[in-house]
Design a protein around this ligand. Sequence first.
Ligand SMILES: NC(=O)c1ccc[n+]([C@@H]2O[C@H](COP(=O)([O-])OP(=O)(O)OC[C@H]3O[C@@H](n4cnc5c(N)ncnc54)[C@H](O)[C@@H]3O)[C@@H](O)[C@H]2O)c1
Length: 253
Amino acid sequence: MITLITGAAGRIGACLRGGLPALGHRLRLTDRAPIEDADVDQVVGDITDPATLTRAMEGVRAVVHLAGDPSTAASFDSVLDANIEGTYRVFEAARLAGVERIVFASSNHAAGFTPRQECAPADTPVRPDSLYGVSKAYGEALGRYYADRYGMRVACLRIGSFEPRPPDARALSTWLSPGDMVRLAHACLTAPDLTYALVWGVSANTRGWLDLEPGRALGYHPCDDAEVYAAELPGLDVADPDYAWLGGRTVES
Ligand SMILES: NC(=O)c1ccc[n+]([C@@H]2O[C@H](COP(=O)([O-])OP(=O)(O)OC[C@H]3O[C@@H](n4cnc5c(N)ncnc54)[C@H](O)[C@@H]3O)[C@@H](O)[C@H]2O)c1
């Protein structure tokens, strides 16, 4: 059975298409940007185009939905197109094709306007810090609906800071390493008991403030910790918005 990755030409897509095959996943890739590799099973097109998605979903058991505008500064028109309409088209095409499960790339920015706390639950209520965050909250709601109404198994990953290494002091708490991204996607693609889940997409960071237990319950056991990079980065003042809010300085942008 095939797993489809949308947004496969992007940064997280490149990570997953590199890491998931070794864990036994047969992949199909879709993106509006072609992937320059003659050997890959891919459908090039836009996720707002139902015909593209019908072709992409053929024989697919699970979808990892990454395609979209990933910027916290995204305009309304941009999130409306890729994140709102596109995400609906992906869920609906998956339903029509009989796909069993969807792993949706949400974001910590869906709850970014939440004051920082010791161990924020993965189901921290929606409190977006940007139109981008609003679009991710919408994707989570769509996932909940398709799980409840159609019995689709849906995992929404509230991803923190996906980077090869933590880029700033905030990321010492919110980093998601490439290796853990693969482990998280694999867990969500294989968890037998998944119905609907919200999980934080972060590594096992010593300075983390996000509850990893719901991810662990699905079989996600993060191996990386941003602390190994701490000496290279400045500390965070408690008054800094990057410290004060789950969404960091995005709340002020
Ligand atoms: N990188 C992070 O730290 C992070 C954090 C939280 C959430 N996310 C989410 O994870 C997903 C992937 O992020 P990324 O960092 O790999 O982003 P990226 O920009 O590198 O990749 C996104 C891909 O989606 C494709 N795409 C965009 N709109 C499309 C459309 N309408 N039709 C078809 N393809 C389209 C782009 O061509 C691109 O290849 C995004 O949904 C993003 O919001 C990322």
